[in-house]
Design a protein around this ligand. Structure first.
Ligand code: ZN
Length: 221
């Protein structure tokens, strides 16, 4: 089942949560506004008082009360994982340009760790096993294996897309609105095995704000 995208009241993505946690936000009156046509209905216990089963509708995107997330610009490093790097690189090997599945790809340090290369977004790329072995413990220059694309640091919105494999269209549209144009998420996708759909199939997102008509206000009880 899909996760719920949690924002702060200013609309900055904060975290993905499961339905149970989202229900907790509703129950404690923390949900300030919500977005998304897709709503999940949860059924709870039967009220002794009324004899009705309790029912809760959860939106795909909710903004909750609480401290605003401080975005620290370039210092606001997105967390990094193998699968996120593969998703950023659209499952394309940085050296041969082939497209590979999750199991054939490896996370490759452009400047090898043994030469002081760190595990940061700008120094890791997706590489197929063959290219990774051929390059070995060398820099791309030393191995005469130039990079076919430049690794970049995804911004916060893009990182939220990369971290989740099952994103609803509304959630994708909201997050894409905050992804800069240089991101590879915007690149046309040939589509192949192991590839994430990424932005494919999502039409140009409308910029949304807490003031847009799509927002459904919610009274705090
Ligand atoms: Zn390769």
């Amino acid at each position: 089942m899909h996760d719920i995208l949690v924002l702060d009241v200013a609309g900055t993505p904060v975290r993905w949560v499961d339905h149970e946690s989202a229900a907790g936000y509703y129950a404690s009156g923390k949900v300030r506004w919500e977005l998304g046509a897709d709503r999940t209905v949860l059924h709870g216990g039967i009220s002794r008082l009324h004899g009705h089963r309790s029912r809760l509708e959860i939106a795909a995107i909710i903004a909750i009360d609480g401290p605003r997330w401080r975005v620290r610009g370039a210092e606001d490093r997105a967390p990094l994982s193998r699968s996120m790097v593969f998703a950023r690189d659209r499952h394309v090997c940085a050296y041969c340009g082939g497209r590979f599945g999750q199991n054939t790809l490896e996370m490759e340090h452009v400047t090898p760790s043994s030469r002081g290369g760190r595990t940061v977004w700008q120094n890791v790329v997706s590489a197929c096993r063959a290219c990774n072995q051929r390059k070995g413990n060398r820099t791309p220059e030393a191995a005469s294996m130039p990079l076919l694309y430049v690794p970049y640091v995804p911004n916060r919105h893009e990182a939220f897309i990369l971290a989740n494999r099952r994103i609803l269209a509304d959630q994708m549209a909201f997050l894409l609105a905050g992804v800069p144009r240089h991101s590879r998420l915007w690149a046309p996708d040939a589509g192949a095995d192991g590839a994430q759909p990424a932005a494919a199939g999502v039409s140009a997102p409308r910029k949304r704000s807490p003031h847009s008509s799509a927002v459904r206000g919610r009274e705090n009880r």
